[in-house]
Design a protein around this ligand. Structure first.
Ligand SMILES: Nc1ncnc2c1ncn2[C@@H]1O[C@H](COP(=O)(O)OP(=O)(O)O)[C@@H](O)[C@H]1O
Ligand SMILES: O=c1ccn([C@@H]2O[C@H](COP(=O)(O)OP(=O)(O)O)[C@@H](O)[C@H]2O)c(=O)[nH]1
Ligand SMILES: [Mg+2]
Length: 238
């Protein structure tokens, strides 16, 4: 039998709680009977210090593509916020229609909903290194995450790419996404400038931002990304 515990700040993020030390309401599942064998805790639940990377950049700036290479080389778990939201739409969940309409309009889904999906994936993961791709997209997203997790990211990557290049890539993406059309892209670019750039600037001021030139081949761009992670001395996969 399992119960939900509401505060496990002693298990997670303890040393990084610079935001609000009393506010960590991160939840995990814990066994509370002896009749049923105690479930093995995931690495994330055991780890006192998950390593969190936020991956930021406009639509089509190459976030997802570069995340795949980081996963390959450094064994991170990739959590694309947009992908989690699309999965929620596909599962016909109660929030599905609202999420679909928000994405079609290029707007931002309420923070608590996106954070709930990210949190669930982290709890289920057996990893402690996470790439959170395409989140936070606004100061509200950022503040809500830091409030709920009681922690800030370790690294923030920002893929800096000119608008015309981003538009070209998105229109050629060919993944059948409802938001990969010129009307929605224009809206998304406006939302990016108005709401996402303030997040980028926040982390720049905090000294956590790694600005990457998002123009060039995938490998050329990855050459700038790789040293960010090797500087943390993670094991490199060959
Ligand atoms: N450096 C690059 N040069 C050209 N095309 C790219 C590059 N990086 C990614 N792409 C392509 O551009 C599109 C958008 O990339 P993606 O990684 O999905 O960006 P994002 O997640 O930031 O929206 C995809 O079709 C991808 O294959
Ligand atoms: O934290 C998030 C991430 C995504 N989205 C929505 O999902 C869309 C697609 O996001 P994704 O990151 O997949 O797009 P990308 O930047 O990779 O093209 C966004 O435009 C938003 O409408 C959101 O509301 N909150
Ligand atoms: Mg993406």
């Amino acid at each position: 039998m399992w119960r939900r515990v509401t505060s496990v700040s002693h298990l997670t993020f303890a040393h990084k709680s610079t935001v609000n030390k009393n506010a960590c309401t991160f939840k995990c599942w814990e066994s509370f009977t002896t009749e049923i064998p105690r479930k093995e805790k995931t690495t994330y639940q055991r780890a006192k210090t998950p390593f969190i990377t936020f991956v930021l950049g406009g639509p089509g700036s190459g976030k997802g593509t570069q995340c795949m290479k980081i996963v390959e080389n450094f064994g991170f778990t990739h959590l694309s916020a947009g992908e989690l939201l699309r999965r929620e739409i596909a599962s016909n969940s109660a929030d599905g229609i609202m999420i679909l309409n928000t994405i079609k309009e290029g707007k931002i889904v309420p923070s608590e909903l996106t954070i709930k999906l990210i949190q669930k994936e982290m709890e289920l993961s057996d990893n402690y290194k996470f790439l959170i791709d395409g989140f936070p997209r606004s100061e509200d997203n950022r503040k809500a995450f830091e409030q709920i997790f009681g922690a800030e990211p370790d690294v923030v990557l920002f893929f800096d790419c000119p608008e015309d290049e981003m538009v070209k890539r998105v229109l050629n993406r060919n993944q059948g996404r409802v938001d990969d059309n010129i009307d929605t892209i224009k809206k998304r670019l406006k939302v990016f400038t108005a709401l996402n750039l303030p997040v980028v600037n926040h982390y720049l001021e905090k000294g956590k931002l790694y600005k990457i030139n998002g123009v060039g081949t995938v490998d050329e761009i990855y050459k700038q990304v790789h040293p960010v992670f090797s500087s943390f001395h993670f094991e490199v996969r060959v």
